[in-house]
Design a protein around this ligand. Structure first.
Ligand SMILES: *Cc1c(COP(=O)(O)O)cnc(C)c1O
Length: 396
């Protein structure tokens, strides 16, 4: 059976050059980077080379890069590390209502610990308003955390403007750039950002490795105690092979970005326009202009995203519904509710996330399959109006 992977915002595959780069560090070059002998020194040298690759990709200095176990840890560290380090200075944090759970759940935990959090609302396209941000700032504000690009609807925030506001008020600014790295240009200096999270497995490195950019001079509390790794700020023997892979992967992912952006966006537009043309009563979620090249998030009225996802899975097509399955019940995505979708429309949404490995043939296969599957499900949907139902016999 044909298999089509369109869930690249969830994770990506390790590509051949990335695998080749990491393999020696699983077999021959296995020293501990903290060891003083030649085995250790060899590992240390490779570790620092990877740090430079990551730094170069975002216009940082390599001393500003700290390796972590992924985007979630980087987000936790940026938020909690700041909150605990600046506790004497204030207890107020500003974020957006559409952040990844790695940020939102961390904020909720900080609220339980006595911090106050403002969750900025977003427009129907998913943008926070710089005006709202200005108004939320108070003397106790110690941190602003707004993601660079949203993982569900692909909206790219005006990060540079947000950073400028933070800077003007002398407030620390963190951005979760996990979806943005490798998709759009990231330049920590132009973005006025103090802390930036990234994660390897979103751009063809292995799962379980990431980094936090910490602008020099920024003080964070450590979250993980132990040895003196990562200049004493993040203990634990380094995940060397994965870090090497991430270095290689970020170099490849950020080379030729403009060309990659254009070709992935063209695939995405073919999919989006094709869906709008062939399927009635659906809507695109997120901004059409300021959008990640690979993101296509669509609501199909009168349908359950979950049933649609499962029907597509039977046809070999992998997508995401954006909803969180918590203890057996399906909660609609907090992002789709925040952009103002009614509950039942939010429930009928799917995210297709593409990258440079997807093809026109795959898009056309998905379009063909999708229109048949949607029609079949709508024929059975009690909420769908009669004029949307069709007697035509479909076979796939
Ligand atoms: C995937 C993702 C994360 C979590 O990263 P992990 O490396 O999987 O822990 C955080 N934020 C965003 C926006 C993401 O897409």
């Amino acid at each position: 059976m044909r298999r089509v992977y369109m869930d690249n915002a969830a994770t990506t595959r390790i590509t051949e050059p990335v695998l080749q780069a990491m393999l020696p560090y699983l077999t021959e070059i296995y020293g501990n980077p903290s060891s003083v002998h030649s085995f250790g020194r060899e590992a240390r040298k490779a570790l620092e080379a990877a740090r430079l690759q990551v730094a170069n990709a975002i216009n940082a200095d390599s001393r500003e890069i700290y390796f972590t176990a992924g985007g979630t840890e980087s987000d936790n560290w940026a938020l909690r590390g700041t909150a605990y380090a600046l506790r004497e200075q204030g207890n107020h944090i500003i974020t957006s209502s559409i952040e990844h759970h790695a940020v939102l759940h961390t904020c909720q935990q900080l609220e339980r610990e006595g911090f106050r959090v403002t969750y900025l609302p977003v427009s129907e396209d998913g943008f926070i308003s710089p005006d709202d941000l200005e108004k939320a700032i108070c003397p106790e504000t110690i941190l602003i955390s707004v993601m660079t690009a949203n993982n569900e609807i692909g909206t790219i925030q005006p990060v540079r403007e947000i950073g400028a506001i933070a800077k003007a008020h002398g407030i620390r600014f963190h951005t979760d750039a996990v979806q943005a790295v490798g998709a759009i240009p990231i330049n920590v200096k132009e973005m006025n950002v103090d802390l930036l999270s990234l994660s390897g497995h979103k751009f063809h490195a292995p799962k379980g490795v990431g980094a936090l950019y910490v602008r020099s001079g920024i003080r964070l509390q450590r979250l993980i105690q132990g040895g003196a790794q990562e200049r004493t700020q993040r203990a634990g023997t380094e995940n060397l092979a994965s870090i090497i892979a991430m270095g290689k992967a970020i170099e490849l992912a950020t080379a030729d970005l403009a060309a990659k952006f254009a070709s992935v966006a063209a695939l995405r537009d073919r999919l989006m326009d094709g869906i709008l043309r062939s399927i009635p009563e659906c809507r695109i979620n997120g901004s059409r202009e300021q959008r990640l090249p690979g993101n296509c998030n669509i609501s199909f009225k009168y349908l359950e995203g979950e049933s649609l996802l499962l029907s597509l899975d039977i046809k070999g097509i992998a997508v995401s519904s954006g909803s969180a399955c918590t203890s057996g019940s399906v909660d609609p995505s907090h992002v789709l509710l925040a952009i103002g979708l009614p509950l039942e429309v939010a429930r009928g949404s799917l995210r297709f996330s593409l990258n440079e490995e997807n093809t026109i043939e795959e898009i056309d296969y998905v379009l063909q399959t999708l229109s048949v599957v949607v029609q079949r499900l709508r024929n059975m949907s009690p909420s769908a109006p009669d004029e949307l139902k069709s007697d035509e016999a479909f076979s796939l």
